[in-house]
Write a protein that binds this ligand. Structure first.
Ligand code: PMP
Length: 448
């Protein structure tokens, strides 16, 4: 029977998932899939954790919808406190929405009103990076440096200046670290100067890049430079941690290992592990103070489901579960093993150009020539065929975007499993990937 659902691709009917447990999903035909990407980097505590549903049955009976423009709830209050309990000390308050896109929209509006409240009405521009993703709404698509997704909607997108990504494997300056002196960070300052510092409100970046060039971890000096440049020009730094935050890279906040603070941090995905839709925009004391000092204290924003009680309740249960099972730190521990095993693939397959990432956020890039990093032509369908080969063998991967090589093709995949993954399950992923790469490589002219 024809489905009534408007699928993402109407020519591609989807299998029906009926059960999840740990890192595995099971479809209606009884097939098992190892979810090596946690849905889409969402699942942190694993699929089918019954404590979450039991808590809903036990404690959530009184939860009813209360509009958060009129009321707060115990769950919203407690989850905000719980998030701040794992946040760097400068973070002060949390604003809840449903999706990562909305969390970033919230951050942008917060940054804009921060400057308005401080009497700087000309500061409105948001600078973003190429090879980035900040969300699907037209506002966040305008920020996203992903050519292939922008193209159909280009006529609607507001003007956003973009700078080069800190992508060492394809250095935008053709340089090598450390001789490059982190020139890609200096580009931010040039961009602010050219736009006019009085017009720039904020710079937004994913601390570790998620879906656009998966697993790119900027060099140690990068965010320190970014922070200094932002401070010099009274520009806020927004860290989009929707994908890389909340433990994914082994730290509650992904920006932490660089030893710098962001003014606003956005989160989503892992905070409810997919058990309910929820995102968070975490504001630092500096931002909160500007609102507090303003005559109205008002943040002109909010939607029907801001701070939804059920989502916050589930977020709180996931937070407790993560603390009890030491899951904020676990990706940092098991991630080492994943990266070691992925690096082994490069020894075996000439088409593996780069393996990278931090914690349980890993990317593998495929190339036709290892010396020049030349990508395969698009019609070789390298990523697509590797992902399909892994799926046939029961492992779900996410194909990286086709814009990795600055909008001109490029092949990479994403591996972002639930935080509860075991070493044996990491082995299953990498062994299947090994086979899938071998199968595709055998059909290609030999890589350089
Ligand atoms: N920011 C980043 C870094 C993301 O990876 C995503 C989703 N992949 C988003 C924002 C948007 O989140 P959502 O799809 O929940 O709106």
């Amino acid at each position: 029977m024809e489905s009534a659902v408007f699928y993402r691709n109407l020519r591609n009917p989807l299998e029906r998932i009926v059960r999840g447990e740990g890192v595995f999903l099971y479809d209606a035909k009884g097939r098992r899939y190892l979810d090596a990407v946690g849905g889409t980097s969402v699942v942190s505590i694993g699929h089918g954790v019954k404590e979450i549903y039991e808590a809903v049955g036990r404690e959530a009976a009184n939860i009813t919808y209360a509009f958060n423009g009129h009321f707060t709830t115990r769950w919203q209050e407690e989850l905000a406190e719980a998030i701040l309990s794992v946040a760097p000390p400068e973070m002060a308050k949390v604003y809840f929405m449903c999706s990562g896109s909305e969390a970033n929209e919230t951050a942008v509006k917060m940054a804009r009103q921060y400057h308005l409240h401080r009497g700087k009405p000309t500061k409105h521009k948001i600078i973003a990076r190429w090879q980035s993703y900040h969300g699907i709404t037209l506002g966040m698509l305008a920020l996203s440096g992903r050519p292939s997704w922008r193209e159909p909607f280009d006529p609607y997108l507001m003007a956003v200046p973009h700078i080069s990504p800190p992508y060492c494997y394809r250095c935008p300056y053709g340089k090598t670290y450390p001789d490059c002196a982190v020139a890609c960070a200096d580009e931010l300052e040039r961009c602010i100067l050219q736009e006019g510092p009085d017009t720039v409100a904020a710079f937004i970046a994913e601390p570790v890049i998620g879906t656009s060039v998966t697993g790119v971890v900027p060099v140690p000096e990068y965010y320190k430079k970014v922070r200094e440049i932002c401070d010099r020009h009274d520009v806020l730094f927004i860290a989009d941690e929707v994908l890389c935050g909340y433990g994914r890279t082994g730290y509650p906040f992904a920006i932490q290992p660089w030893g710098v603070s962001a003014d606003i941090v956005t989160m989503g995905k892992a905070i409810t592990s997919g058990y309910a839709p929820l995102s968070a925009t975490v504001a630092s004391a500096r931002v909160v103070d500007a609102f507090m000092r303003s005559p109205s204290g008002e943040f002109t924003h909010g939607s029907t489901h801001s701070g939804n009680a059920m989502s916050c309740f589930i977020g709180l249960q996931v937070h407790k579960y993560m603390r009890e099972h030491n899951l904020f730190a676990r990706p940092g521990q098991i991630g080492g093993y994943l990266h070691e095993r992925l690096a082994g693939l490069a020894d075996k397959h000439a088409i593996v150009g780069d393996t990278r990432g931090r914690g349980l956020l890993a990317g593998v890039e495929f190339v036709a020539d290892r010396k020049s990093h030349r990508p395969w032509p698009a019609d070789a369908r390298v990523t697509e065929r590797i992902v399909a080969g892994a799926r046939r063998r029961g492992v779900m991967l996410i194909p990286g975007m086709k814009d990795a090589n600055y909008g001109k093709g490029g092949d990479h995949i994403q591996i972002t499993p639930p935080y509860v993954i075991s070493e044996a399950e990491v082995d299953m992923i990498v062994d299947v990937l090994d086979e899938a790469i071998g199968e595709v490589a055998a059909t290609l002219p030999s890589a350089g």
